[in-house]
Design a protein around this ligand. Structure first.
Ligand SMILES: *Cc1c(COP(=O)(O)O)cnc(C)c1O
Length: 379
């Protein structure tokens, strides 16, 4: 996550620019924690949890150590464990699957849709067995998965839906936001996420009072009181510093989402006449918060190398479908099991996007893509 010193470089994400934009507020929040020694939990954390639950349109939010733990703690609380199965899209960050693996349950992958790289609801039913406990749709790149279709199938089969909203803080559809569709939702506040702390952080959001209470205890050594350990839990708490920083940043999250949407719109317009480079479908303006702006291109490595030669950073989310990673080799999925996720993994490239990105920076990115394309790069 370190920032480059070369002023010519267009960074993939510019967290230093964001810090300077809100330096006064952020410094004051950090100072308040140092002056009050509320390093773990504390009043700023409690205020942030309340504000974040409200932001998501849900009743409860619990700050935890990171986004992976958020999902793991939800699954543990739901009683997911050995002998159970949980459905995860084949194209996501490995953390979604890891949260399942940590419980001892088995990961079952499902392919994604060609048009938006999101979990394909039409392929869900074939993956559901009597052992299926949970479906974990991922709002990948910042766009909400097809929750209406997924919830309908889950309900029909009596399966719980847990959202992975690590990339989609504030994404909204039918008047509901990420974090208010499923039984519970895991958020990440990793620094580079749309709402990012200055270290690791995560959140569990839910309307279920019992689940919220259990997650809070499980994340704090299985206790509600100092030595009243009711169950063996874990230590996964949000730092007071992170809570204070997130409380400040949450106030600006909608502004950033709109700036990301505007930047995405500019990219889409600028790339419209560049052959061989295409984006994903956007269902509606509000449903997408553009954590990432991802394009598809046949010679992805060629374009990535060319951009790097022009001092433009880019990313790949993700270079390998999960079922083909060494980490999940033991599940026995063959190549070709999920053809769309596999094809996308070889073609996707994430262009620089962050709230502060300028039109001039985007123009440079697109000019570089065009330069590569006219040299024959797209063929
Ligand atoms: C970042 C991320 C996570 C995990 O978050 P951490 O805070 O890094 O543990 C989970 N799922 C997805 C889709 C993510 O992008």
């Amino acid at each position: 996550m370190s920032q480059t010193q070369n002023p010519e470089t267009i960074p993939f994400v510019d967290l230093v620019a964001q810090y300077h934009r809100y330096k006064g507020e952020l410094d004051a929040a950090i100072q308040s924690i140092l002056e009050s020694a509320s390093y773990i939990g504390g009043p700023a954390n409690a205020r942030f949890e309340k504000a974040f639950a409200e932001y998501c349109g849900a009743k409860y939010a619990i700050g935890v150590g990171n986004g992976t733990d958020a999902l793991y703690l939800i699954l543990r609380t739901l009683g997911v464990g050995p002998g159970d199965e949980a459905i995860v899209p084949a194209n996501t960050f490995i953390a979604t699957a890891e949260a399942v693996t940590l419980t001892g349950a088995k990961v079952v992958f499902v392919d994604v849709r060609e048009e938006d790289a999101l979990l394909d609801p039409t392929k869900l039913e074939a993956a559901i067995t009597p052992r299926t406990k949970v479906i974990l749709p991922v709002h990948l790149y910042g766009q909400l998965a097809d929750m209406k279709a997924i919830l309908a199938i889950a309900e029909k089969h009596g399966v719980v839906v847990v959202e992975d909203s690590a990339q989609a803080h504030g994404a909204e559809e039918h008047g509901k936001r990420a974090g208010s569709f499923g039984r519970a939702t895991g958020f990440s506040f990793y620094p580079g996420k749309n709402l990012g702390a200055y270290g690791d952080g995560g959140g569990v959001v839910t309307n279920d009072a019992v689940l919220a209470d259990k997650v809070r205890r499980l994340a704090n050594h299985g206790r509600a009181e100092k030595f009243g350990h009711e169950i063996p839990g874990v230590n996964s708490r949000l730092d007071g510093l992170q809570g204070a920083i997130l409380e400040v940043k949450l106030r600006h999250l909608d502004t950033w989402a709109n700036e990301r949407r505007a930047a995405a719109k500019r990219y889409t317009a600028m790339l419209a006449d560049v052959p061989g480079v295409k984006g994903f479908e956007v269902r509606s303006e509000k449903a997408h918060v553009f954590h990432l702006y991802v394009v598809r291109v046949a010679d992805r490595e060629g374009l990535k190398t060319h951009l790097a030669s022009r001092n433009i950073q880019s990313g790949i989310h993700y270079p390998q479908a999960l079922h083909l990673l060494p980490a999940y080799a033991d599940l026995g999925y063959a190549k070709g099991s999920f053809p769309i996720a596999e094809r996308l993994a070889g073609e996707i490239l994430s262009l620089p996007i962050f709230p502060e990105i300028t039109e001039a920076q985007q123009r440079r990115v697109v000019d570089a893509i065009r330069e590569w394309q006219t040299k024959g790069g797209a063929r």
